[in-house]
Design a protein around this ligand. Structure first.
Ligand SMILES: [Zn+2]
Length: 545
């Protein structure tokens, strides 16, 4: 009897043995599908860039033959990570500039600038990433030392958040700064004698940017390729680039069509007259690699440079009544919102301060009128007044948030906002409750590019050294499942891409990442050590270690 049943099993199993073909089989894995049941599987078959079937190890291996197999050695596999708000091209271009991130003093910034190799005596010295809040003396620097060291070279170094820049006297001369009027939505800092110090805030930065030689098409191409290499290395398979010009979008499309750029890109078009005119006439565009679905607006600046627009004055500038400012007129936002609505685009607006959030939620509400499926986004949603939070739910407005901003700002945010108002900041769990989702990003190069840092910051809310021991405002921490959804399916949803990516399900794109440890299970303090073993886009391996 026993012999009969064994041969019967062999016979049955043999019937359909590997009768189907696939391009790739991933097996011996713990696959987090991030489907609606949050189910897991051991194996999956992939064909023509999409998922064919998921199931138990034997079921998939017995049914399919494939020229390529990936043995995950019991490791965890997740849908490819999506960075819902980053600056992909700018990050690539920034790789050629002096890296000033993590400097602990102004002297260190200057030392790093001195080490740049220059070809010509008049070359521009470019850098980004300084943050005076990290220094012993946390005041804005001035041009003085730069003038001593670089009397002939123009110097332009951007603050970490991109919302302030320091220039030297060479640049000040080029743009005749001392005779410039203040720029709407910007500030030219001046000393007690009304002489510019070299610090430009928000819209005033463009005075200097306009005279920096523009990177060539070749340099932009190289920048995109370098950015792609680094992003695949951290498990990203889609990036939402928050602010691109028409020729940049066309370059990305060409590189994708030529098969050079495998990265999938969701484009937020910059708020420029050329973009508005051209794209509102042509409408949104979407293929497998490229999704031109949104416009990016800026309502205000950043908290670090006190350009974020607050309802009440900054706690550390209370005596002057400084509240920050909006970067454009409300009328401009209103008119643009209606145009984008009519043309079928999403509107994604950078809002940091509670006043900027209130203004923009109000503008969105006027146009959207009630719940809807237009998926307009507030980027950052950093400080939201309690009475304004329900707008997100009532008008189906999606919060697009960057958890590492919370853990980067937590050291000084209370100085800017005061003890009570800081509780209203980085309130991710509360925002999640509005529409049952949040979409996660890094805002790189403002922060590092790794989505695992985002995951850690969202869940643990500590810095890389484990500070503060109890976590920062833990009532707004996300669960691990929510953080994973925010990096995958909810991010896809915020891009109108949930039918083709964001989860590993039959018929969806085979974009996935293999990690050396399971981020759903490892202890908090080991999350930052987790490494990417492999990244796949459309079933094609684009990174392996
Ligand atoms: Zn940004």
């Amino acid at each position: 009897m026993k012999a009969i049943s064994i041969s019967l099993i062999l016979l049955l199993a043999g019937c359909g043995f590997q009768t189907e073909t696939a391009d790739l089989i991933v097996h011996n894995a713990q696959i987090y599908t991030v489907d609606s049941e949050f189910s897991t599987h051991e194996a999956m078959a992939i064909k023509n860039g999409v998922v064919l079937e998921l199931g138990p190890e034997r079921q998939i291996l017995n049914k399919y033959s494939a020229p390529e197999k990936y043995d995950a050695q019991k490791r965890a596999v997740y849908p490819g990570f999506i960075d819902a708000h980053c600056h992909f091209l700018a990050y690539g271009l920034g790789l050629n500039e002096a890296d000033l991130v993590g400097t602990s003093s102004w002297n260190e910034v200057v030392t790093r600038l001195q080490s740049i190799e220059m070809l010509n005596s008049e070359d521009w010295v470019l850098g980004r990433g300084w943050d005076q809040n990290d220094w012993d003396i946390n005041e804005f620097p001035t041009a003085e030392m730069l003038d001593e060291l670089f009397p002939d070279n123009p110097v332009f170094i951007r603050r970490v958040d991109g919302h302030a820049a320091l220039i030297n006297s060479k640049v000040m001369e080029l743009i005749d700064l001392k005779n410039q009027e203040d720029v709407p939505g910007g500030e030219i800092l001046r000393d007690e004698n009304s002489v510019p110090t070299g610090i430009l805030i928000d819209n005033a930065i463009s005075l200097a940017e306009n005279v920096i030689p523009q990177p060539s098409l070749d340099q932009k191409t190289q920048a995109l390729m370098n950015a792609q290499r680094d992003c695949f290395g951290v498990g990203l398979t889609t990036v939402d680039d928050a602010g691109l010009l028409k020729d940049e979008v066309e370059l990305i499309k060409k590189l994708q069509d030529d098969g050079e750029l495998d990265m999938r890109v969701y484009v937020m078009l910059s708020d420029t007259p050329e973009n508005m005119e051209y794209y509102c006439a042509t409408g949104p565009y979407k293929d497998d690699k490229l999704n031109i679905g949104a416009f990016k607006f800026y309502a205000d600046g950043a908290l670090g440079s006190r350009g974020a627009c607050l309802i009440k004055p900054y706690t550390d500038r209370d005596s002057t009544g400084h509240r920050g400012f909006l970067l454009s007129s409300v009328e401009h936002y209103r008119e643009s919102a209606q145009k984008l609505y009519d043309a079928g685009f999403q509107m994604n607006t950078h809002c940091i301060g509670d006043s900027a959030n209130r203004m923009m939620l109000g503008v969105y509400a006027e146009v959207l009128k009630g719940t809807n499926d237009r998926r307009w986004r507030i980027e950052h949603a950093q400080v939201v007044h309690k009475t304004d939070v329900p707008y997100f739910g009532a008008y189906s407005i999606l919060p697009s948030i960057q958890p590492t901003h919370a853990t980067s700002d937590m050291y000084w945010a209370e100085m800017r906002l005061g003890r009570n108002r800081v509780r209203r900041a980085y309130a991710y769990k509360e925002l999640l409750a509005q529409n049952g989702m949040v979409t996660l990003g890094t805002d790189f190069p403002v922060e590092g590019i790794s989505p695992l840092r985002t995951f850690y910051a969202a869940v643990v809310r500590k810095d890389t050294k484990g500070f503060p021991a109890e976590g920062f405002q833990m009532e707004n921490a996300l669960s691990r499942q929510e953080a994973l959804q925010g990096l995958t399916i909810w991010a896809a949803l915020s891009n109108f891409e949930e039918n083709e990516k964001g989860s590993l399900e039959v018929g969806k794109m085979a974009d996935f990442v293999v990690l050396d440890r399971d981020i759903m299970l490892v202890p908090d303090n080991q999350l930052l050590d987790v490494q990417v073993k492999a990244t796949y886009v459309g079933g094609k391996q684009v990174f392996a270690k």
